[in-house]
Write a protein that binds this ligand. Structure first.
Ligand SMILES: C[S@@+](CC[C@H](N)C(=O)[O-])C[C@H]1O[C@@H](n2cnc3c(N)ncnc32)[C@H](O)[C@@H]1O
Length: 286
């Protein structure tokens, strides 16, 4: 698929952060997403389980970039072509850091390195500085110029989600499967469809529709993105810990609107047990 290259604007990026007296810069709006809002360090979803549910068929995947864990787990589970998108360039930077680190670090080095990314700035991380030459140029440029900014510390600390870190065995598999950065589309979800060129087996919109207020907007997204699924393909939204359950009605009401081309439903992680993680799915039937 077409490579989407963008150059981040450092002036705009820095305007989203404020520098504290100790010289460290933090994002001004901790509760919102924007072109440079800090990334989640580790996924807050069980992407291991979700990517496993379609592992036999998901060769071409489009997924939220977020922490970078979605594309990494899909690739681990056999996806050959993974495209990602996100509103925030910090998400791309974190994904590129992870795919570069995977090539260079042992599992024992990788996990503490992730914690450092959450608690420290790029300027404070010589290991990260040494990897910049191996990263995509736009990301290296961004990290160099945003060296005192806390860019990977959105939400809770990594201990809150540590069961979602790859295990040593998964890490070995990830190292075997991932050898280059994932394609990234820097875009609001509402415009992503205009920037795609192909069809996908799976489109994963997890933990993103939650933040869209109007059901009509969710419907439009499902309609336009649905056209990017191959027949039989899956559009998936999974809840995080606090996730999409409050918006399930939007999915259910969508079933009428989409019945000419899709069926809609949910997959609970543990049947008959309330509040276990769920995936809402829309499968293109024709
Ligand atoms: C809640 S975060 C969670 C992290 C993600 N679930 C994961 O597992 O890595 C959601 C991600 O969606 C992105 N996002 C939020 N609203 C968006 C929008 N309208 N368009 C594109 N990306 C968006 C954010 O920048 C963030 O990276």
């Amino acid at each position: 698929m077409k490579q989407n290259i963008h150059t981040p604007n450092i002036k705009d990026a820095r305007a989203e952060f404020m520098t504290l007296r100790n010289g460290v810069a933090v994002h001004k709006q901790t509760d919102m997403f924007s072109p440079y809002s800090p990334a989640w360090l580790i996924t807050n979803e069980d992407i291991r389980w979700v990517s496993g549910t379609t592992s036999d068929e998901a060769k071409r995947v489009l997924t939220v970039c977020g922490s970078g864990d979605h594309p990494i787990f899909y690739a681990m589970n056999g996806a050959q072509n993974v495209d990602t998108f996100d509103l925030s360039f910090c998400a791309k930077a974190l994904m590129d850091i992870k795919t570069t680190a995977i090539q260079k670090m042992s599992y024992e080095e990788y996990v503490p390195f992730l914690y450092d990314l959450y608690y420290k700035t790029p300027d404070e991380l010589p290991t990260l500085q040494r990897m910049l030459g191996d990263m995509p140029r736009d990301t290296a440029y961004f990290i160099k110029n945003m060296g005192n900014c806390m860019m990977f510390s959105h939400a809770c600390n990594p201990d809150s989600y540590k069961e979602h870190l790859p295990t040593a065995r998964e890490y070995a598999q990830i190292q075997r499967k991932i050898h280059k950065p994932f394609n990234f589309i820097w875009s609001d979800l509402c415009q992503v469809n205009t920037k795609l060129t192909g069809e996908y087996d799976v489109i994963n919109l997890s933990n993103i529709l939650d933040y869209i207020q109007k059901p009509e907007t969710v419907h439009n997204i499902l309609e336009t993105m649905g056209k990017r699924l191959r027949p039989g393909g899956w559009m998936i939204a999974q809840n995080g810990y606090f996730g999409i359950s409050k918006h399930h009605n939007t999915y259910y009401t969508a079933s009428k609107k989409f019945e000419s081309w899709a069926r809609i439903g949910t997959l609970p992680k543990e049947k008959n047990k309330a509040n276990t993680e769920l995936i809402a799915v829309l499968q293109r039937v024709r």
